[in-house]
Ligand binder design. Structure first.
Ligand SMILES: [Zn+2]
Ligand SMILES: [Zn+2]
Length: 243
């Protein structure tokens, strides 16, 4: 029952935060040359609809596996007594996995073939946060199962992670022009819009950095955080010769 409530909350939080960011992008855009925003959004949402279907099927299968394993193996979760502390610890460690998985998507040519679909959006905005190649979703859902087992994550922890990370992921993809100081302040905790903008640069030296999803600490810890002052001349997307 709790998981159903969390699922509904996730849907509401995603729609409200996505909608608010979409409106803010219209009022205070970072890149001002955007005209066909609705057409662009419809393309990304059509991909997102397919991905939602694919991931809901694979999630159901993963949860069946996790429920089967749980009586025999509690993973890291079994070592922490306090349930809230355990859930938060798991969510933070799972975010480290997301950081590693994102790096793998850039480092392994086979994975990059699919992940670059996310990067090919040269007019990145909040809807790009939903734009992933369905095969990337499939690989992500399948490859993470041993990680979920190792950590002892179940439906609750997965939903909690999504609930905390989705608004952040939508925010750092959005085309909003945050005051520079606020962007810098945010970047100490989460990847700010400017931090993730650099990750979507056509320049591979810039796109092979800033891999964080929910927390920015992993990029700082593993030396993959880059920063530059003026991003107004930044070109987003993937170089044509690479396609
Ligand atoms: Zn990437
Ligand atoms: Zn991105």
């Amino acid at each position: 029952m709790l998981d159903d409530d969390l699922n509904q909350l996730l849907l509401i939080v995603t729609i409200v935060s996505g909608g608010a960011l979409w409106l803010l992008e219209g009022v205070a855009p970072f890149f001002r040359n955007r005209r066909a925003r609705l057409k662009h959004a419809l393309l990304n949402f059509s991909v997102a609809a397919l991905n939602a279907l694919v991931s809901s099927i694979l999630l159901a299968v993963s949860l069946a596996v996790l429920n089967y394993v749980r009586p025999h193996w509690q993973g890291l979760k079994g070592l922490v007594e306090n349930e809230i502390a355990a859930a938060l610890l798991l969510v933070v460690i799972y975010d480290l996995w997301m950081y590693a998985w994102h790096r793998l998507n850039h480092a392994v040519p086979f994975f990059w073939r699919f992940h670059r679909f996310h990067h090919q959006d040269s007019e990145m905005d909040v809807t790009t946060g939903f734009r992933f190649h369905p095969f990337e979703i499939i690989f992500s859902e399948v490859i993470r199962v041993p990680i979920l087992i190792l950590l002892g994550m179940g439906a609750f922890e997965i939903l909690l992670y999504n609930l905390l990370s989705f608004p952040i992921i939508l925010m750092h993809h959005s085309n909003i022009a945050l005051p520079a100081r606020l962007d810098v302040a945010l970047s100490y905790l989460v990847p700010s819009p400017n931090v993730h903008r650099l990750h979507h640069s056509v320049n591979p030296a810039e796109s092979n950095a800033n891999f964080g999803s929910m927390l920015s600490i992993w990029d700082r810890l593993f030396g993959s955080l880059i920063w530059r002052e003026n991003l107004t001349s930044l070109r987003l997307g993937v170089e044509v010769r690479e396609l």
